[in-house]
Design a protein around this ligand. Sequence first.
Ligand code: VG1
Ligand code: CO
Length: 543
Amino acid sequence: MSKVTRSCTPFAGQKPGTSGLRKKTRVFMEPGYVETFVQSVFNAIDGVEGKTLVVGGDGRFFNAEAIQTILRVAAANGAARAIVGQNGLLSTPAASNLIRKRNADGGLILSASHNPGGIDEDFGLKYNISNGGPAPEGVTAAIFEETSKIAEYHTLETDDLDLERLGEQSLGSMTVELVDPVKDYAELMRQLFDFGKIRDLIAGGFTLRFDAMHAVTGPYAKAILEDELGAPAGSVINAVPSVDFGKGHPDPNPIWAKPLVDLVMSGDGPDFAAASDGDGDRNMILGKGIYVTPSDSLAVLAANAHRVPGYAAGLAGVARSMPTSSACDRVAEKLGIGCFETPTGWKFFGNLLDAGRVTLCGEESAGTGSDHVREKDGLWAVLLWLNILAERAVSVREILEDHWATYGRNYYSRHDYEAVNADAAQEMMTDLIARLPELAGKTAGNCQVTAADQFSYQDPVDGSISNNQGIRIWFTGGGRGVLRLSGTGTEGATLRVYLERYAPVDGDLGIETQAALKDIAETVAQLGKLTHYTGRTAPDVMT
Ligand code: VG1
Ligand code: CO
């Protein structure tokens, strides 16, 4: 085995987005691409000499090969130890937990999350810092800077490691420790939740279905929900991780997890159903005959978390991404706790969690989490729901209707225009931004604009400022439209349009969501000239 230093030239566009670097798999497979990016990460963090790293991914196509490459580069850069999930598997929250529990200096997580996998689909790589959370903007900017000037990387010339064999192996002077991906995570869940109560609930005939979508949470959900909590075999479906996620999108929403939604809407569906995404950090929650929007889920969890052992002391505060509905704000107000509005992406919650300012966080994109790790956590959200259901002994529908009757209802939907021409999407944003100052008072469609701006965020902990985080337009009556371009796509641009309308407790709480938001949707489309710029008269995906 010999250590080698290879000269290289920068690859264009190795720029981390909302959640790490995401590209087509074939781009990641180009010779030297992974090495160059990983070396750039190490250069940006003052090297990894003597450090401990956690490495794992969601098992998609190229996961195992990329891990072998990462381990060689880490070893050649003098890292002391790499803690790796067996067979290269670690869900994102499990990786975050391992970084924290083992006092690692950071981690590399291989995933393109909810994007499809396969040689012609997507791949991703993300660096997490020692708190277990995604690198903040200062670090990702430094990584990008390094990628633009990289001239050489270090690696080893060695055979591949056996990623199946649990325990320690040597790679040059680095120790590689293969760990059971589920064990530490399950232990953490046991500390937070009343497993006995959930077991009793299930033993009493409460039925559930968890769709792992052929992605990484299968083994976690089987071990916890079936083996430990007693859900009958088969309660976890699509439970074996596959490199192409059974050719589907591992995106837990009513479009991509339609069979599960159809099941709960049918007469003989289970009492509770849920799904998670490629890397296990997202969740979708359903009850018999009802879909819980992620924004409502966050609000319900905030209002009920104190019923569960891990949160019995109450919440320090809550945080949500800006496009997420303000349903949780109403809960925070009633509880008298802090409420923060951050830009999209989990990296913006890290400082608030570290500083103890918030306990619960969430995003409209099906992400919910707490201070137990520094990532969103799909299975954790499912267990929190189950524990609350066990405590309250009511149905999901009853919890939701009770919530709306107490706080009012925030009708909410996201409309995505996918694979739009990137230049046209940018022009659309630029055009609308230029017109923002003149929008207030204007009427378009059936709505009148009360205010419009671009969202900027100043981190209350470290004072850092993030500008251009999305366009916000408010309407008479409290409705809101938000427009921003996705930072996780790999093809053209994805325009996200977020729509929200509030109905107070004495208002109409039972309208169909898209009908409730129709006027606002039409108005936002007009104001943004969406048909003109995207060439589409309707969104591709509505969630
Ligand atoms: C999307 C979501 C965002 C989420 C991010 C990563 O980003 O909107 O809320 O944090 O994906 O989630 P964007 O920039 O495409 O809107 V995941 O599950 O990909 O790690
Ligand atoms: Co994800």
